[in-house]
Every structure is written in structure tokens, then in C-alpha cells.
Design a protein around this ligand. Structure first.
Ligand SMILES: [Zn+2]
Ligand SMILES: [Zn+2]
Length: 264
């Protein structure tokens, strides 16, 4: 199984990322991709990928950091994109959800940073890993502007949420769709109107990517504690249950999907 989006590069794992990587391997996680959200965490993701054979990195500026970058940030991301084992640009996108810790970053700045990073992805011929929250319309509008330049496999939307119409547009653009431990939570997330289980049902297995977003979004029964890549197995089991198929089929298909997008 592949954890295609997590953050062993974050402070939450500074003391024990090595043990977390071992536990994941023992649980049957073949590949772990760490995603950056800033220059620093992107650099850290690249370092981890150099240290461990089964780790890869995705580099980029998260929309929350759109107002915190300094001049020349795009050159730094472009340089990181060319490093060994960097397999994508992310997590990039738009986020209109008001977080207690962050509020909403100026949408104009978010869009500017997002567009620049779509261009970096195209220039380096590596796919996008998109973060979106309550911003589906704008994300589709922006990406559609690059429709003719996007890669044949343009990338994936990570931690997908939204409605059926949005899902269809994402699939139409050729993107894969990532699901996390929050698919095990009961009920609707704040501000959402479609159950994640319904979105999982609707997404063809051939388009599904498994991920954890560790340290966030721990699946049931680990809610309230730190999430870690080993728990992507729980995500796989939950997808199998929702889609009424076996874990082995989900494991095989989603792993093939991740390898196809990121050329692993
Ligand atoms: Zn995200
Ligand atoms: Zn993330």
C-alpha cells in the first residue's frame, strides 16, 4: 500500500520518524510520500527521501503560507523540484475554510502562488498534488486555464471532500482522488453537504489514491491521537468496505494508481 500524502517532515515526528517509518513497513506500507507546505518543510521532505529508500518527496507552498513567502520563493521550489526523488508539486491549491490557527489567507495571494506552482509543475513535468477546501469552484477555474498544458496524468487532489459535481469535474480534468482516515468518521464535516463515503463510492477504484495526511486525520479507532503512515492500511480497509470489495483489490489498484501518477 502507498501513503501518498503525509508529513513525517513536520515537528510532530521530529523525535520518532524512524520508528514511524518502521511501523509502516511492518504494517505493509510499501511507499511513503512526504509533502511540503513551505520551503522548510519541503526541504525536510527531500532530506527524508534521501535517507530512506521507500520515501519520496513532494514540494510546494500550501495556500495557508501564501502570505508568508519571501522573494525568490518560486526559484527555491523550482530548484527543489529538480532534486532526486521529488515526484510532484504540492500541497498547492486554494483554501477558504477559516481555521482557528490561520483564518483565511488573502484569496488573491493564494491564487497567485497556486498559479505559479502549476507553472512549475508543467515546466518540470511532474504532477500536482492539490489541496482544496471549500474552494472547489476557484480551483477548477484556475486549473482549467492550464488544461492544454497539463501532463497526461496531471496529478491528484489530496484529502478529497466536496460534492458530486465537483468530483466529476476533477475526474474530467484527468486527476486522481485521494482519501484519508476521515472517511471513517461518522456524519458530515463542517460546511460539507456530501458524505465522504458517497464520494468514495462514486470515484472509480482506478482513480483512487490512499493517503493519511499524518499527523492529522487519524482514522477510527485512533481519533484523538497522532496519525501515522501505518494507518493507511485502515484507510484501505475502509475503502474496501465502502466499495464492497476486498482489501487486496484496493491495495493492488490504489498502489498501481500512485505508481502511475508519480512514476514510482
Ligand atoms: Zn492538505
Ligand atoms: Zn497535508
Amino acid at each position: 500500500m502507498v501513503d501518498a500524502h503525509c508529513h513525517l517532515n513536520f515537528q510532530a515526528f521530529a523525535q520518532d520518524y524512524d520508528e514511524a517509518i518502521k511501523r509502516a513497513k511492518e504494517a505493509g506500507v510499501e511507499i511513503i510520500i512526504n509533502t511540503g507546505t513551505s520551503i522548510e518543510s519541503s526541504q525536510k521532505a527531500v532530506e527524508l527521501a534521501q535517507e530512506y529508500e521507500n520515501l519520496y518527496a513532494i514540494v510546494g507552498i500550501h495556500p495557508h503560507h501564501a502570505d508568508k513567502v519571501s522573494k525568490g520563493w518560486d526559484k527555491e521550489i523550482n530548484a527543489l523540484a529538480k532534486m532526486p526523488k521529488v515526484v510532484g508539486i504540492g500541497e498547492v491549491g486554494m483554501d477558504y475554510y477559516s481555521y482557528k490557527s490561520n483564518g483565511i489567507t488573502d484569496p488573491k495571494l493564494q491564487e497567485e502562488i497556486f498559479r505559479k506552482q502549476i507553472e512549475i509543475s508543467i515546466e518540470n513535468k511532474i504532477p500536482l498534488q492539490i489541496h482544496g477546501r471549500h474552494a472547489g469552484k476557484d480551483i477548477i477555474r484556475i486549473i482549467s486555464d492550464y488544461k492544454n498544458q497539463l501532463l497526461d496524468v496531471p496529478g491528484m487532489f489530496h484529502c478529497f471532500a466536496g460534492n458530486m459535481d465537483y468530483l466529476e469535474k476533477v475526474l474530467d480534468l484527468g486527476f486522481y482522488v485521494g482519501f484519508d482516515g476521515n472517511i471513517t468518521y461518522k456524519g458530515l464535516a463542517p460546511g460539507e453537504d456530501t458524505l465522504l463515503s458517497e464520494l468514495v463510492k462514486k470515484t472509480p477504484l482506478e482513480k483512487i489514491i490512499t493517503e493519511t495526511d499524518s499527523p492529522y486525520l487519524p482514522p477510527v479507532p485512533h481519533r484523538g491521537s497522532r496519525n501515522e503512515p501505518a494507518y493507511v492500511i485502515i484507510v484501505g480497509n475502509s475503502i474496501a468496505e465502502i466499495k464492497n470489495t476486498s482489501f487486496d483489490v484496493v491495495n493492488q489498484t490504489s498502489s498501481d494508481n500512485a505508481k502511475r501518477i508519480f512514476k514510482l
